[in-house]
Write a new protein. Structure first.
Length: 343
């Protein structure tokens, strides 16, 4: 099997060399070139035809986001953005980046090596498998739909996603009105970025969105996003309403927060009064939990292969029999409303 050809785009000489050295330690990776700015990167892409590109957001001559907007329509290429703590990363994802990693401090060599080994390498390998055509399709297919109101207040919607999920979640929830039952959501993401993502969705959608805290009530027209880090989010029933608990726990399926943990708690707390939606993502996190939801009487939707950036989590869920309806991303809101009306 041929190694994955990687182009590193980074203006810092020190960080660029560290990335090259550490990525090259993995026999499955071959760093074919490095560039200091988008203009050099463009030439390197044409010359070396990399399988994956790592890209800093802040670059000289042209920032990474503008570069992505010019690059992806002309030369579709899986891109992993390396970003400091900034909501610009979501502009990069909207422009076509596959995923992102939080930039570590160069001064902490142990932290840096751990970051490359356990985060960047994993995401580069995932990126090499994605359907790059579906990244722009996710953005281009976004549309406003006229969907009928839901009047029931005892229902809950649970959403889980990973790679490609930030744009997929936005594509779905931007169609929801304030009548939608309360939503709980896990998107695999580093600490602090989930808060920025929640604020971004809150600004762009009809519903209210926030990063979850223990005790937050699950209310119609509101979505709670599990905070990234070392805590899982659980749904609990309190009298006739729902709220969430966010508490520390070990990784499940390699993730914390885990979609599995959320879905299992929804199956237990809400039973037949829940709708589960599993979206694009590598691996199988959430698949067994979605099956538990369906066995408990919940209705379930899985994103189909043709619209997934990575058909992993929805595929495993479908093969387990957890997915009741498999839909293209753009058709999920309509199906969700249809199922909620029938519950």
């Amino acid at each position: 099997m041929q190694p994955i050809k990687v182009l590193v785009v980074e203006d810092s000489i020190v960080f660029r060399e560290l990335l090259i050295q550490n990525l090259s330690k993995d026999p499955a990776i071959k760093v074919v070139a490095a560039a200091r700015d988008p203009f050099e990167a463009r030439d390197m892409i044409l010359e070396h035809k990399p399988d994956v590109m790592t890209l800093d957001v802040e670059l000289p001559r042209m920032n990474g986001i503008e570069f992505l907007r010019k690059l992806i329509p002309q030369y579709p290429l899986p891109v992993i953005v390396i970003s400091s703590l900034s909501d610009k990363v979501f502009d990069a994802l909207n422009a076509g980046a596959v995923d992102f990693v939080a930039k570590p401090a160069v001064s902490n060599r142990a932290q840096l090596e751990d970051f490359i080994k356990n985060e960047l390498l994993v995401k580069v390998k995932i990126a090499s498998t994605v359907k790059i055509s579906n990244i722009k399709k996710t953005v281009m297919n976004q549309r406003e739909q006229d969907l009928p109101a839901v009047s029931k207040s005892n229902l809950v919607v649970a959403i889980g996603a990973s790679t490609g999920g930030t744009e997929a979640i936005f594509s779905v929830v931007k169609e929801f009105g304030t009548d939608i039952p309360g939503i709980v959501c896990v998107q695999h993401m580093p600490p602090h970025f989930t808060e920025m993502y929640a604020k971004r969705l809150n600004d762009q959608c009809h519903i209210q969105v926030k990063e979850a805290q223990t005790g937050d009530r699950v209310l119609p027209g509101h979505m709670l996003i599990a905070p990234g880090g070392d805590k899982h989010m659980h749904l609990v029933k309190m009298n006739d309403s729902y709220q969430v608990e966010v508490k520390a726990g070990p990784k499940v399926n390699g993730h914390c927060p885990s979609v599995e943990v959320l879905f299992e708690s929804v199956a237990k707390a809400a039973g037949p009064h829940a709708l589960g939606i599993i979206l694009t993502g590598m691996g199988g996190d959430g698949a067994k939990g979605l099956l538990s939801m369906r066995k408990a009487g919940a209705r379930t939707i899985g994103q189909d292969e043709s619209s997934c950036v990575v058909y992993g989590m929805p595929k495993v869920a479908y093969e387990l029999g957890a997915v009741e309806y498999q839909e293209k991303l753009v058709d999920i809101p309509k199906r969700a409303y249809s199922l909620l009306h029938s519950m």
